[in-house]
Design a binder for this molecule. Structure first.
Ligand SMILES: Cc1cc2nc3c(=O)[nH]c(=O)nc-3n(C[C@H](O)[C@H](O)[C@H](O)COP(=O)(O)OP(=O)(O)OC[C@H]3O[C@@H](n4cnc5c(N)ncnc54)[C@H](O)[C@@H]3O)c2cc1C
Length: 357
């Protein structure tokens, strides 16, 4: 007798086992806001991810991918399917010359990737130590710290197209990287999901110490380990760990202004903290907020972190209402004082404009 192999049934059963309904996202975002996902699944393999996308397409459900939830502002229940990316694995390949190619699955913890690279004596991402979240989300806002952005070392990203299920590589230079931005936050949002990143690291010493006072803090001749340790120490001193105090890091981007606006601002505020950037100037948003009197302010169950005014923290709220209110007050007061509009850094979920694609 011939055995009947019904792949459709097997697919349905696997999907039924992996998707849950109405799941709280409180432990999947570092603000710890307690909104829920209509449908929820954790993807540990590319095949599982592919099947989840097929299910979402068949059932006309929107898909939202979350990594570590450290750059999210969830402000309502999320309709459709929320997928937590836990794809794992790291592979390294020596290239001729000074280069080493490191391929990292999207669900790997970014800081652990940095730590591993430092252990292997691979140079290039040590300044990006202790940034929370996953390797796959790192290109989404082109993470940056201490003069380095991921675009500087990103050879290419592997993506899956949510409509077709195709998996392919996109060169880093085609991802539209700018300051805290990329096509993954814009035209590719919720269409292309990152499944892997390929970093191009160096085997010989190349350290960047000119930002954030790194060189002054290192005793003796700097090396890979001492730079990594210093970055970790400085960050631990001024940023709250989300494990201790709920937050999403910098809540606002540093605003970019023209030369003329900068000159005018400098006349009124001689101590203005700013850096030349792309023909204009980048202003330190933390300084603007601090000088507008917000540092350390508590508002309902949220507040502005006492050591760094750029970071908004959640002490006790289960929803985002107070935080959105505080954000609006800060933006208004900074605009009134400096004529500068602050832009939010974390991604808000869900967006009013989100429709089933
Ligand atoms: C204490 C603290 C310090 C921080 N410091 C820095 C810093 O110095 N520099 C910096 O740049 N950022 C910083 N951040 C912000 C944050 O850590 C980074 O943006 C990080 O890359 C987010 O990763 P995540 O996995 O948590 O992403 P999530 O918060 O889960 O997702 C962020 C966005 O990316 C999308 N996304 C997630 N995974 C994928 C994927 N695989 N494919 C496509 N889209 C995806 C999500 O849908 C969402 O829109 C900090 C955050 C905190 C809490």
């Amino acid at each position: 007798m011939k055995m009947r192999f019904n792949t459709e049934d097997a697919f349905e059963q696997r999907i039924e086992r992996s998707i849950q309904e109405n799941v709280s996202l409180a432990s999947y975002n570092t603000f710890r806001f307690d909104y829920s996902a209509e449908y929820f699944a954790i993807a540990e393999t590319l095949d599982a991810l592919r099947e989840l996308l097929v299910w979402a397409k068949q059932n006309q459900k929107m898909v939202t991918m979350i990594g570590g939830g450290s750059n999210l502002l969830i402000s309502a229940d999320v309709t459709g399917l929320v997928i937590i990316n836990r794809l794992s694995g790291i592979n390294a390949r020596e290239l001729p010359g000074n280069l080493i190619s490191v391929t990292v699955a999207a669900g790997e913890n970014w800081h652990q990737v940095v730590e591993y690279s430092v252990e292997q004596e691979w140079y290039g991402i040590e300044n990006l130590a202790l940034i929370p979240g996953t390797a796959g989300a790192a290109p989404v806002q082109n993470i940056g710290a201490y003069g380095v952005e991921i675009k500087d070392v990103l050879a290419r990203v592997q993506v899956i197209n949510r409509n077709t299920g195709d998996v392919y590589w996109v060169n880093g230079r085609d991802c539209g990287f700018t300051y805290r931005d990329s096509h993954f936050k814009g035209q590719w949002k919720d269409l292309l999901f990152i499944t892997s990143v390929e970093l191009s690291l160096k085997k010989q010493s190349e350290l960047l110490l000119s930002y954030g006072g790194l060189s002054e803090r290192i005793d003796g001749k700097p090396n890979l380990r001492s730079v990594f340790n210093t970055v970790c120490n400085v960050r631990n001193e001024k940023l709250p760990s989300p494990a201790v105090l709920a937050n999403s890091g910098s809540f606002f981007k540093n605003p970019i202004v023209s030369q003329n606006q900068h000159t005018e601002l400098k006349q009124h505020f001689p101590n203005l903290v700013s850096f030349p950037f792309n023909g204009g100037f980048k202003l330190a948003a933390g300084w603007l907020i601090d000088q507008a009197g917000w540092k350390g302010v508590h508002y309902q169950g949220v507040g502005v972190y006492e050591k760094q005014a750029l970071v908004l923290v959640n002490y006790s709220e289960t929803n985002a209402i107070a935080l959105l209110d505080l954000e609006a007050q800060i933006k208004h007061s900074v605009f009134e004082k400096y004529g500068v509009l602050l832009e939010r850094e974390p991604v808000q979920l869900p967006l009013a404009s989100e429709l089933v694609k």
